[in-house]
Design a protein around this ligand. Structure first.
Ligand code: P6P
Length: 363
């Protein structure tokens, strides 16, 4: 990416890391996307508003202990999960900032059962924003990192604002996806269809500045993320994959693996985008009736776009996530995300389990 001189200093990179003296702001970067790829200015401003919401959420989390906001909101969401006060606060921040853009027709939030319609007559070119305002909020009580996830669809045609099924669009319709990580630093990672790019909030400047241009996932990996306590509930292909990994260098994989599990998908995906790996939350005997754990519209779809844009694969084990036609706003799906060769191996195990026939691993 070369920024026009007007937005110099031109970033120089070692690998995909911007050198310290050249960290364009999010605004400079997005204006370059507008000039280079024709990204709409309304989308630029919407993304800046979402970034501002994330910075506000980050601040509310860091001061939550003093404001008495880390605890339960005393309510449950559509998932039947106890809502934290910060779940509600984060949801309100996303909604209030997205309302700035007159082309946002609807909001779909993990924390709100119905679609929030912002326009009575949505037309082609309007946006629908899907978001999980605070992912992994069970980590808040113990001061572990959490995140926010979002994606944006641009409507190809007018939709009916009296029917919530109008926003049930496949992930392949997304024009943008991203997340924030509220960790030691506040990260903001986005794709508008032209690669994945990472920003960090500069505390002195109060701006997100580019730190990772063109994040890519190594095709091979020795690191996996799964909640291993569910081992006895898994289907055979997942148990086979996990058992082979833990068998290490004396097992069929002939190499040792490492495991990470943060209880917040955003953090695991950020690690995978940074250094590779594979993340699995499969359907199992305990969650099969619900279809899995993670939600399609505002968790799996955004992450699938980011993972594919970074050269990885995003599947249920049997089908590409981005091709799933949603049937309800809060439906759940099994997810396997990450390093291409590793995910392809797991898909091969699903095919072998279904056919009863061994496949040549080289194919
Ligand atoms: P478990 C957080 O609640 C979440 O939806 C994901 O972000 C995370 O990966 C998963 O659930 C954690 O699930 O089984 O560890 O509670």
């Amino acid at each position: 990416m070369t920024l026009p001189m007007a937005y110099a200093p031109r970033p120089t990179f070692q690998g995909n890391r911007a050198m310290p003296h050249t960290h364009p702001t999010l605004r400079q970067f997005l204006l370059n996307e507008y000039r280079t790829h024709g990204t709409e200015k309304d989308l630029v401003f919407l993304l800046e508003d979402i970034a501002t919401a994330c910075r506000v959420i980050s601040s509310r989390i860091r001061n939550g202990s003093f404001e008495g906001e880390l605890g339960s909101a005393g309510s449950t969401n559509i998932q039947g999960e106890t809502q934290k006060q910060l779940d509600v606060i984060a949801n309100d921040e996303f909604e209030s900032h997205c309302r700035n853009c007159s082309r946002v027709a609807a909001l779909v939030s993990e924390e709100v059962e119905e679609v929030t319609w912002l326009k009575q007559r949505p037309v082609a070119g309007d946006y629908v924003v899907y978001f999980d305002p605070l992912d992994g909020s069970s980590n808040l009580d113990v001061n572990l990192s959490v995140g926010s996830i979002f994606s944006i669809v641009q409507l190809a045609e007018a939709i009916d604002a009296t029917d919530d099924r109008s926003v049930l669009l496949p992930g392949s319709e997304q024009i943008c996806a991203g997340y924030a990580v509220y960790g030691p630093a506040t990260s903001f990672v986005i794709t508008t269809g032209y690669g994945v790019h990472g920003f960090t909030n500069h505390l002195g400047h109060g701006e997100f500045r580019l730190v990772s241009h063109g994040m890519t996932i190594p095709e091979e990996t020795e690191e996996f993320a799964i909640n291993a306590s569910r081992h006895t509930r898994w289907d055979p292909p997942i148990r086979r994959y996990f058992d082979e990994c833990v068998a290490g260098s004396n097992g069929p994989r002939g190499k040792s693996f490492n495991m990470r599990w943060t209880a917040s998908m955003v953090l695991d995906i950020h690690r995978i985008l940074t250094r590779g790996g594979v993340f699995l939350y499969p359907v199992d005997s305990a969650n099969r009736a619900q279809g899995g754990k993670l939600r399609l519209l505002y968790e799996a779809n955004p992450m699938a776009m980011l993972i594919e844009q970074a050269g990885g694969r995003a599947t249920t084990g049997r089908e590409r996530i981005l091709e799933i036609q949603p049937e309800s706003s809060h439906e759940r799906v099994p997810v396997i995300f990450g390093s291409k060769a590793e995910v392809e191996r797991i898909e091969c195990y699903f095919r072998e389990d279904a056919s009863g026939q061994a496949e040549d691993p080289a194919t």
